[in-house]
Design a protein around this ligand. Structure first.
Ligand code: SF4
Length: 400
């Protein structure tokens, strides 16, 4: 290993996501390492989800060790304190219909991810995205659809425990022009009616803009239409279903339209690092920030039979991409309030530490929004703004 990232939490987060973590103690391994990896808090409140099961993690220089009453991560040359994030207690409880909450919701930092159905029709047509992590059911065999009541009970359990208060509702592809918002509508409506919480919605980009208006009117606080890959040719090869059914251009147009409807910083799109050359990801960052969308950069995790990662891919190679991201969002004055404290991806806010060390302290505005009062205010402002906008649009439906 040429570089040493152990003393820089933001860079270490990227290196850990890229190379994984070895957990030698079988008991700790069984307890901490889930299918999605292990959530660990590094210094400076840097939360990271680290792969620990995949084959490639066996070659990682990083090892989790017991230290005193806690844990540390070592790379053989130095070490850093590592706090294993406690499994939420509600995971051990069930809905009134007997479904374990842990099947419906997954907490990642400040975000709780809920997919009411594990279906994606791209699998049925064998045109699924080639990187798909398979957290949705790849064979289409699982026809389970959690009811609105089951999802509402789950959100209640999440909020009661005070973890992952930003609810992230997602769905896979289904035929139709709406991208999936019609399926999510009753869930979104029920959650917004019952709780004062923030809800982000991830669907495929709808083919018509009216569905974006509808998503906003329904009360979504944030929307994600994931472009995933900026390079046109690679997009078509890696995402055959998306390319044929929706198309890269429509995804970009939908994002641009959404960025005009939703408040600054609440329209986001993934660009997966490692599936295209870094220069191409940087072009994608420029495009997205240019239209007012927040690029979120997850790192591709190769799985057996899905080793699509570009080679070589090292932290030295991809750090400039993240730095570029931070400069771009700063230059375009895109708010980062909504994209923070996420363990699965490195957010623009974390990259500040790499670009400007003085910026590692949160600004007054960020500190405010992180507070309980700030959250309420964020909710109130977005709710008011929506009401004004929805009322102004003829025939618009009030979501609350
Ligand atoms: S749209 Fe692509 S990434 Fe999303 S679930 Fe379907 S196949 Fe997987």
């Amino acid at each position: 290993m040429k570089e040493n990232y152990i003393d820089n939490p933001a860079a270490l987060k990227i290196d850990l996501m890229l190379r994984g973590l070895r957990i030698d103690d079988p008991l700790v391994r069984a307890w901490a390492c889930g299918m999605d990896g292990v959530d660990i808090m590094l210094p400076r409140n840097t939360l990271v989800n680290i792969p620990c099961r995949e084959e490639f993690t066996k070659g990682s220089p990083y090892v989790l060790r017991k230290k005193g009453g806690g844990y540390a991560i070592t790379d053989g040359r130095g070490e850093v304190a590592a706090e294993l994030v406690k499994r939420p207690a509600f995971y051990d409880r069930k809905t009134s219909t007997g479904v374990p909450f842990s099947r419906i919701a997954t907490v990642h930092g400040s975000l709780t991810s809920i997919a009411p159905s594990s279906r994606c029709d791209f699998f049925n047509a064998s045109v699924e995205c080639k990187y798909c992590a398979g957290n949705l059911d790849v064979k289409g065999a699982d026809k389970t659809i959690y009811s609105v009541e089951e999802v509402v009970e789950t959100v209640e359990a999440v909020l009661e425990e005070g973890v992952g208060g930003l609810i992230y509702l997602s769905t896979g592809f289904s035929e139709g022009t709406d991208g999936g918002i019609v399926f999510l509508k009753p869930y979104l409506h029920a959650i917004k009616r019952k709780f004062r919480c923030l809800v982000a919605v991830e669907t495929l980009p709808p083919r018509e803009n009216r569905w974006i208006d509808e998503t906003y009117a329904l009360g979504a606080d944030s929307v994600l239409y994931n472009l995933e890959i900026f390079d046109k040719e690679l997009y078509e090869i890696i995402c055959p279903g998306r390319a044929a059914s929706i198309g890269r251009k429509r995804c970009m147009d939908a994002l641009a339209y959404a960025a005009r409807i939703f408040p600054n910083g609440t329209v986001a799109s993934h660009l997966i690092v490692g599936l295209e050359p870094p220069g191409s990801t940087m072009q994608g960052i420029d495009y997205l920030t240019g239209i007012g969308a927040v690029p979120i950069l997850p790192i591709y995790r190769p799985r057996p039979g899905k080793a699509l990662r570009i080679d070589p891919l090292t932290t030295e190679i991809i750090l400039p991409v993240y730095k570029h991201l931070y400069r771009a969002v700063t230059e375009k004055k895109i708010s980062l309030t909504w994209v923070r404290d996420l363990s699965m991806v490195t957010t623009p806010a974390e990259i500040r530490a790499l670009v400007d060390d003085a910026g590692t302290r949160p600004s007054i505005v960020e500190s405010f929004y992180k507070s309980r009062l700030g959250r309420k205010t964020a909710w109130g402002l977005s709710s008011l703004r929506r009401k004004l906008r929805v009322k102004a649009s003829e025939g618009g439906e009030e979501g609350e």
